[in-house]
Design a protein around this ligand. Structure first.
Ligand code: PEP
Ligand code: MN
Length: 359
C-alpha cells in the first residue's frame, strides 16, 4: 500500500517553535493528579497532553487504569489549559468512548499493534466515523513489542486504509530477554527503516518506555532528535515516586522543561563540511569492506571444492566455534563489541556455507 498525502499530525500552532512534544502521566490516576500535571506542563510550554486510561499490564493485579470515567478528567484538562489531549486505545470500544469525550489524538499501544485483529477492529471503527471527525483525529501507532518491521507497517496501513490522514509512528523500543540497560531495546535501524519506507509519516520517539529509567530520558531524547525524529512523547508526573504505573521512568514537568531547554541550546557541532568528509571516509571504508568480503568468499569456494572432492561435510561445528572465539578475541582488542562481531561472523559464515553448498 502506498501511504501518501498525509496531513500534519497536529495543527501547526501546537508544534511550532521546536520539536513536537507530547507529555503527561503514564496513567490518569485521579482528577487532581491529571489537572496538576496538565497545568504544570502547560507552564513548561507543552501543548499536547497524554494520559493512559486503560493500562495493559503484564500480569493481573497491576493498576489497570481508571477507565472511561477518567476521560472526563482529560476533557477538563483540555478546557482549563487549551492543550490537545491524547490516550491509548486497544479496542473499538475504547476508541468510541475516547471520541465521545472529545479526544484529539489516540495511540495504539505496543501490545495492540502486534495484533492485526485488534488493529483491524480499530480501523473498522475509524472508517465508519463521520469524515469530519476522522479528519480531526491524530492516530499514532507504536511499534509492536517484537522487532517485526512489517507488522508495524501493516498496522499503519490498516489505519491509513480506514481513511485516517494524520498518522504518526511511535518508536518505544522492543522487548528482549534478560537484563539490559534499556527497558526496551532501541534497535534504531527499525524506526530508521520505517522512516525510509514511509517518508511522510511523523516519527515520534518514546524515550520513557525505551529507557525505563529517569536518567535515560534526556540522552535518549537528544539522540532521537539527532536522528531526525519529528517529536517526543514523554511520561511526566508531578510526584513520580508515587505514580501507580511506570513510576521509575516518569519525570517531573520541570525536569521535562530542562530537557527541552537543553535540546534547544545544543551546540551545532557538526559542520556540513566535517560531515561530508566523514561520509567520504565511510564510502571508502565500505568499498574496501566489500572487496575483502569478495576475496573471503572466493577462498571459501576454494575450500568448498576441496571438501567436495574429499567427501567432507560443508559445516564443521568445531572449526566454526574456534574461528568465532579467535575473531571475537581479536575484535575485542580492537574495541569491537562481542555481540556485534558474532552477528557479522554468523552472517559471513552462513553465506560461505551457502556458496559451498551451491558448488
Ligand atoms: C504507554 O504509553 O503508557 C504504554 C503503555 O506504552 P507501550 O504500549 O509502549 O508499552
Ligand atoms: Mn507507561
Amino acid at each position: 500500500m502506498i501511504i501518501s498525502e498525509l496531513k500534519p499530525l497536529f495543527p501547526e500552532e501546537y508544534t511550532d517553535g521546536g520539536p513536537l512534544v507530547i507529555a503527561g502521566p503514564c496513567s490518569a490516576e485521579s482528577e487532581t493528579q491529571v489537572l496538576d500535571a496538565a497545568h504544570a506542563l502547560m507552564n513548561e510550554g507543552i501543548r499536547i497532553f497524554r494520559a493512559g486510561v486503560w493500562k495493559p499490564r503484564t500480569k493481573p493485579g497491576g493498576f489497570e487504569g481508571m477507565g472511561t470515567p477518567a476521560l472526563e478528567w482529560l476533557a477538563e484538562a483540555k478546557r482549563q489549559t487549551g492543550m490537545l489531549i491524547s490516550t491509548e486505545v486497544a479496542s473499538a470500544r475504547h476508541l468510541a468512548d475516547a471520541i465521545d469525550a472529545g479526544i484529539d489524538a489516540v495511540w495504539i499501544g505496543a501490545r495492540t499493534s502486534a495484533n492485526p485483529f485488534a488493529v483491524q477492529e480499530i480501523a473498522d471503527f475509524l472508517v465508519q466515523l463521520p469524515a469530519h471527525r476522522r479528519d480531526m483525529l491524530a492516530v499514532m501507532v507504536k511499534n509492536p513489542v517484537n522487532t517485526d518491521l512489517e507488522l508495524w507497517i501493516g498496522a499503519i496501513e490498516r489505519i491509513y486504509g480506514a481513511g485516517v490522514r494524520r498518522i504518526g509512528a511511535i518508536h518505544r523500543g522492543f522487548s528482549s530477554y534478560g537484563e539490559h540497560v534499556y527497558r526496551n531495546m532501541p534497535e534504531w535501524r527499525i524506526p530508521i527503516e520505517i522512516h525510509r519506507r514511509l517518508p511522510e509519516i511523523t516519527m515520534i520517539c518514546d524515550p520513557s518506555h525505551i529507557g525505563g529509567r529517569r536518567d535515560l530520558i534526556a540522552p535518549l531524547a537528544l539522540q532521537a532528535l539527532r536522528m531526525n525524529f519529528d517529536g517526543l512523547i514523554i511520561e511526566c508526573h508531578c510526584n513520580p515516586e508515587s505514580a501507580l504505573s511506570d513510576s521509575g521512568q516518569q519525570i517531573t514537568p520541570s525536569a521535562l522543561g530542562n530537557i527541552i531547554k537543553s535540546i534547544a541550546n545544543r551546540p551545532e557541532t557538526l559542520s556540513q563540511e566535517i560531515l561530508a568528509d566523514l561520509r567520504r571516509q565511510i564510502d571508502d571504508i565500505d568499498d574496501r569492506l566489500m572487496d575483502i568480503l569478495a576475496q573471503r568468499m572466493a577462498v571459501a569456494r576454494e575450500i568448498g571444492r576441496l571438501k567436495q572432492e574429499n567427501n567432507m561435510p560443508v559445516v564443521q561445528p568445531k572449526r566454526y566455534n574456534s574461528l568465532i572465539n579467535d575473531r571475537v578475541e581479536t575484535a575485542a582488542k580492537l574495541g569491537l563489541d562481542a555481540e556485534f562481531t558474532k552477528k557479522i561472523l554468523a552472517g559471513i559464515h552462513e553465506e560461505s556455507v551457502r556458496q559451498q553448498l551451491n558448488l
